[in-house]
Write a new protein. Structure first.
Length: 120
């Protein structure tokens, strides 16, 4: 199984936390700092999963999810949206855009890993 995960987040602090949590558990990670870069990397690298922040420059996480799920070459990539937006309507909208799961911040490393393992 492909254990490569693309992490798309414009916060260097969040990025570091996610990378460390996933690499400790044997996942390979690649990074994107905005939505446009996330789409480009997902297309070229074909990760098994994208962990994508909702609020990012250039394209937000909702746009990234929609674009990846609507393209033939990326529609099978799992998408986990993460956000400080924690309303039921945010979760509903994220899933409607194509995300496979939606996690509201804050969450701990184990919740992140459990969610990813469930999706993969």
């Amino acid at each position: 199984m492909n254990k490569t995960i693309l992490i798309a987040d414009d916060s260097p602090t969040e990025m570091t936390l996610f990378v460390k949590a996933l690499e400790r558990r044997g996942y390979q990670t690649i990074s994107a700092v905005n939505g446009e870069e996330a789409v480009e990397i997902a297309r070229s690298e074909q990760p098994s999963l994208v962990v994508c922040d909702v609020i990012m420059p250039k394209k937000n996480g909702f746009q990234v999810a929609r674009q990846l799920k609507n393209a033939d070459d990326t529609r099978d990539i799992k998408i986990l949206l993460i956000s400080s937006k924690n309303q039921d309507s945010d979760r509903f909208w994220g899933l409607k855009q194509g995300a496979d799961e939606y996690l509201a911040k804050p969450f701990d490393d184990q919740t992140l890993v459990n969610t990813i393992e469930r999706l993969l």
